[in-house]
Design a binder for this molecule. Structure first.
Ligand code: UD1
Length: 424
């Protein structure tokens, strides 16, 4: 299994291209199940997760062609003239939770689906009850059998009022995808406002769906009989943007994040500015700089968009581990999302956890050590900490990283980081 070795201390200078957003790309790929026509996606990130979604869709009957229109691996054509299966088996869903996104489109188009429950995962129990509630509201009959969700709507889905009790990105997307082909009007209350949800909605509208209220907490969907094809460009990854901004915050230096969009990370920019990091918009994206002085400690609480994203909490903690003063970090989205704490502590970070809150006292210097990646965001936080640690940090089990970060060692290496992948 590959590991990543980092020798800390180098400042970062140069440019980093920001890839398409993983969390938009995965549901966008599943959207192809809703139409017989081709869906062209551009700016698709080249990641283990997107490749895996392509494999899952292929088992259902979607033709998946990468590198179309001279676009290289970031351009894909997805077309499903006819679906050959409505089954997403345990072995596939278990590997990637986002596989569950095929459920809504399959029921909407074929009137039935059998999709494995994703099961627990490293960041808590992560139930799917709200996805099921949404589909039941739209008239699907749901049974749970032997770890599978069996959803049936032989006469098609019917528009309904769906009110989520809390903000959920996944269930909002499931409701949205399914409602596009339902008869009549669906209203989704307390919808997630994450930019990835809006990106999916924009793509669906380009395919002929009638969704309004995009970007707000109330989405209205007027069902249509069928959807057509479209060409859609995946929006830039705000989590990758924030991660590299924090890499600069930790290591010091000045880096241009090419293709990054300030409107997707405004809260993160505000927090970094408070901590003494300069972030400015340029014609090409964002410029992040920290020169000279040590950063200041700042408190954060993770919240649904436009709040501070939970997917940047671990990276921010790595940053705060080297800032001056004490910072309080509260996690409100997921239980058990502090698994990076013991690993950061191995690098010399001073962190204490009390329930969903962590208190971080910054130290002058972290010290390199071998560490273990436990999940995607946790593992990247260890890479960032390694940039600021004295000596060598080896991050083991980096397959988590490959699921969500495209060519991370190349992108950081090009800016002067001493980082390499060690294959074993
Ligand atoms: C998505 C992102 C993930 C991000 C998260 C929050 C993808 C592929 N993943 O995950 O990176 O961290 O949004 O921004 O886009 N919940 C339920 N029942 C449900 C669904 C969710 O109780 O049916 C709970 C979850 O356990 C969690 C909260 O709702 O506590 C928010 O989860 P949700 O926004 O749905 O996250 P995901 O869509 O799984």
């Amino acid at each position: 299994m590959d590991s990543i070795s980092i020798r800390g201390g180098a400042r970062l200078n140069g440019q980093i291209p920001i890839s398409g957003a993983k969390n938009a790309a995965l549901p966008l790929m599943a959207v192809s199940l809703l139409t017989r026509e081709p869906l062209y996606l551009e700016n698709l990130p080249s990641l283990a997760d997107t490749r895996f979604m392509g494999e899952l869709l292929a088992t259902l009957g979607v033709e998946v062609a990468y590198g179309v229109n001279g676009g290289g691996p970031s351009a894909v054509r997805l077309q499903a003239p006819k679906l050959v299966s409505t089954l997403a088996p345990y072995d596939l869903v278990r590997k990637m939770r986002a596989s569950f996104y095929v459920l809504g489109p399959l029921v909407a188009r074929e009137g039935e689906a059998k999709v494995s429950l994703p099961g627990g995962c490293a960041i808590g129990t992560r139930p799917v009850d709200q996805h099921l509630m949404a589909l039941e509201s739209l008239g699907a009959h749901i049974d749970l059998q032997d770890g599978y969700v069996l959803a049936k709507a032989p006469n098609g889905l019917v528009g309904a009022e769906i009110a989520f009790p809390f903000v959920t990105v996944g269930a909002t997307v499931t409701a949205l995808m399914a409602a596009t082909l339902a008869k009549g009007r669906t209203t989704i209350q307390n919808a997630a406002r994450e930019p990835e949800v809006s990106d999916v909605a924009d793509c669906l509208n380009a395919m002929g769906a009638r969704i309004s209220g995009i970007g707000t907490a109330t989405l209205t969907v007027d069902g249509v009989a069928q959807l057509g094809g479209a060409t859609h460009r995946v929006l830039p990854d705000r989590i990758e943007t924030g991660t590299y901004a924090m890499a600069v915050a930790i290591a010091g230096g000045e880096v241009d994040l090419i293709g990054a969009r300030a409107d997707l990370v405004q809260r993160v920019i505000d927090v970094l500015s408070e901590a003494g990091v300069e972030v400015a918009e340029t014609n090409e994206g964002l410029r992040v700089a920290r020169n000279g002085h040590r950063a200041r400690s700042t408190d954060i609480t993770t919240e649904p968009f436009p709040g501070f994203p939970t997917d940047l909490q671990a990276q921010f903690m790595a940053f705060m581990a080297t800032a001056e003063g004490e910072s309080t970090i509260k996690e409100t989205i997921f239980e058990n999302r502090f698994m990076h704490v013991p690993e950061l502590s191995r690098l010399g970070a001073e962190i204490s956890v009390d329930g969903q809150s962590a208190s971080v006292t910054g130290v002058e210097r972290l010290k390199g050590a071998p560490v273990m990646a436990t999940d995607l965001r946790a593992s990247v936080s260890l890479v960032l900490a390694g940039l600021a640690a004295e000596g060598e940090t080896v991050v083991n089990r980096v397959y988590h990283l490959d699921r969500g970060f495209e060519r991370i060692e190349e992108k950081l290496g090009a800016c002067g980081a001493d980082i390499r992948r060690v294959s074993s």
